[in-house]
Design a protein around this ligand. Structure first.
Ligand SMILES: *[C@@H]1O[C@H](CO)[C@@H](O)[C@H](O)[C@H]1NC(C)=O
Ligand SMILES: *[C@@H]1O[C@H](CO)[C@@H](O)[C@H](O)[C@H]1NC(C)=O
Ligand SMILES: *[C@@H]1O[C@H](CO)[C@@H](O)[C@H](O)[C@H]1NC(C)=O
Ligand SMILES: *[C@@H]1O[C@H](CO)[C@@H](O)[C@H](O)[C@H]1NC(C)=O
Ligand SMILES: *[C@@H]1O[C@H](CO)[C@@H](O)[C@H](O)[C@H]1NC(C)=O
Ligand SMILES: *[C@@H]1O[C@H](CO)[C@@H](O)[C@H](O)[C@H]1NC(C)=O
Length: 530
């Protein structure tokens, strides 16, 4: 009996000892040996993450937690304690949400949970990603940039940075992303990698992995696929040349020649932006050694300048002179309003002789595909209805000029002939009016007898007789004003420097003078004073 009660007592003692030991606060004293198996409660982990994300909702830890919730995954990098580690080990250890984690896993900690933390390898810090986003978005405007004008809740750095790098994986600023998504890391193989490291699983087709296989000669990348790739490209950079070309081709309902979707895709993937994600299929299919016949028949526009060259050309032209269209591309990098190809083309159509338009001249050479395509009117030959007259301060031929008014712009030969005759007859009218005035002046020349009516002025040098005011003075003034208006108008027409219009003025004056000039020497018949 004594033995049994002694045993019970011993058990009781050890139990109470154990309880006492279990009450050691492992958070504040993590080096206590009894804390080896301590598990930081899930509720506290969640509370800590919420604390972190409450103050900085743009941190990667918040994105990771959300994605893991969506995937209902709680293992590997989605283990809540590992998620907390993403922030507290590398990113923002100084935040109050990390206080418990830091104490629990301080150096000397025996808590085993700390050594099992599986945080994302090579996860860039919030600030590093933010810096990379800024750098990419300063270089070029891409979809996603608009969320990150400032670092606030809208700018979820991990998502935005990944979106940008998925579109342009080869940019220098994406080195950190490449490292994070390397196959050796734990992000690429995790359930949350889609949207961060991959956008959509591409169907594995033999001809993409092995385009030199002879059986791939007849492989055809469908128009739907090519259009999807173009859409993908234009989603991130809507101002690219390829997007404008596709728009023009759609308007003309053309899908052949340079308007074939695969050829349009080639415009971007061969010369302009081959590094973009939308080009990955094109590049694989048409890699060197490819036997895919579609690749050798790509009819991309030769001498098409790149998007960045076009933008540089626009900037250069617009710095030299303000022209219609410049306002669309006012920023330091292209934006959604600045469709570089149409803007550059319209500037060069207006001023084809500018040195910045050398590349346009090359692209639109009369033997090139663009010039001979259905979309030429958008880029090479201004349709008459859209062309804008330009001021040329030297004699020139042609019909496109502003004549006195903004709306008086002859656009067809007929309209020009009409304008020519209008000016011609106006010049004749001018001569007629001048003759009329001189006839009236002669008639009004005062007779000697009239001088009685005149005002006499006695003074040193004004002495003489002056006519009195009469209704004739009003008529004379009006006629003079009309004459001056006509002559200025004719002068302004001559100043269009349009040779034909200049000679319309001269011819009108000439004919008018021949017809009416002699009447200026008329002598009034004197009947009044016999
Ligand atoms: C923490 O644990 C160590 C070792 O078990 C012990 O020496 C120390 O007194 C404890 N400190 C506190 C504050 O519990
Ligand atoms: C977890 O949170 C609860 C509620 O705030 C708190 O009472 C408890 O002490 C926390 N546990 C640890 C281990 O910090
Ligand atoms: C990110 O890239 C820079 C170089 O661009 C490198 O110095 C840095 O260590 C990288 N950071 C991480 C977390 O990979
Ligand atoms: C973040 O900043 C942008 C730009 O200032 C603003 O449009 C957006 O509403 C802000 N988002 C939040 C959640 O405050
Ligand atoms: C024309 O394009 C070439 C490359 O094709 C480029 O180096 C050059 O700067 C461009 N010229 C002008 C005037 O934009
Ligand atoms: C002007 O001079 C003449 C003679 O010299 C004189 O008769 C007349 O009154 C003068 N008229 C005026 C307005 O002074």
């Amino acid at each position: 009996m004594k033995v049994i009660s002694g045993l019970l007592f011993f058990i009781l003692i050890s139990c109470s000892l154990f309880l006492v030991q279990g009450q050691v606060d492992c958070v504040t004293n993590s080096s206590d040996a009894s804390c080896t198996n301590f598990q930081y409660p899930l509720a506290n982990i969640t509370a800590d993450i919420n604390n972190l994300c409450g103050s900085m909702p743009y941190m990667p830890v918040c994105t990771i937690q959300q994605s893991c919730n969506q995937e209902s995954s709680t293992s590997g990098i989605c283990d809540p304690f590992s998620i907390l580690g993403d922030s507290c080990l590398h990113d923002m250890p100084g935040m109050s949400g990390c206080n418990n984690f830091k104490k629990l896993c301080a150096s000397g900690s025996v808590v085993e949970q700390c050594s099992t933390v599986d945080s994302v390898t090579d996860l860039p810090t919030t600030m590093k990603m933010w810096a990379n986003i800024k750098s990419i978005c300063n270089e070029m405007t891409m979809t996603g940039c608009e969320k990150c004008t400032i670092l606030n809740a809208t700018c979820d750095v991990l998502t935005v940075y990944s979106t940008l790098c998925l579109a342009m994986p080869e940019m220098g600023q994406c080195a950190n992303w490449t490292q994070m998504c390397a196959s050796s890391g734990n992000m690429a193989s995790s359930p949350i990698s889609s949207g961060i490291c991959t956008d959509e699983p591409t169907p594995a087709t033999d001809c993409f992995t092995n385009p030199s296989d002879p059986s791939c000669a007849d492989y055809v990348y469908t128009a739907a696929n090519a259009n999807a790739d173009i859409l993908n490209l234009c989603k991130s950079m809507p101002y690219m040349t390829v997007c404008s070309i596709q728009k023009s081709c759609n308007q003309e309902s053309s899908t052949s020649g340079i308007c074939a979707p695969f050829s349009i895709l080639g415009d971007s993937c061969l010369h302009d932006m081959p590094g973009m994600n939308g080009c990955s299929n094109f590049k694989k299919l048409c890699a060197s050694g490819s036997v895919v016949e579609q690749c050798s028949s790509v009819d991309s526009i030769s001498n098409l300048p790149t998007t960045m060259q076009l933008f540089a050309g626009i900037k250069s032209i617009c710095t030299e002179m303000a022209m219609d269209g410049c306002e669309k591309c006012s920023g330091n990098s292209p934006t959604t309003t600045c469709d570089v190809l149409p803007v550059y083309s319209s500037l060069c159509m207006a001023m084809p002789d500018m040195s910045q338009c050398a590349n346009w001249t090359k692209m639109c050479s009369s033997s090139g595909q663009l010039y001979n395509s259905q979309i030429t009117s958008d880029y090479c030959v201004a349709s008459v209805a859209d062309a804008v007259p330009i001021m040329r301060m030297y004699f020139h031929t042609g019909i496109l000029d502003y004549i006195l008014f903004k709306s008086w712009v002859p656009r067809t030969d007929r309209q020009f002939a009409g304008s020519w005759f209008a000016i011609f007859f106006f010049a004749i009218f001018f001569e007629l009016e001048k003759t009329l005035r001189s006839i009236l002046e002669k008639r009004w020349t005062p007779n000697k007898k009239d001088s009685e009516d005149n005002n006499l002025i006695n003074s040193s040098f004004l002495s003489g007789s002056y006519p009195k005011f009469s209704y004739r003075d009003i008529i004379r003034g009006c006629l003079h004003a009309i004459e001056l208006t006509c002559s200025y108008a004719l002068m302004l027409v001559a100043m269009t420097f349009n040779v034909a219009l200049f000679f319309a003025v001269i011819a009108g004056v000439l004919v008018g003078n021949i017809l009416f000039g002699r009447y200026r020497n008329y002598t009034p018949r004197v009947t009044c004073c016999e």
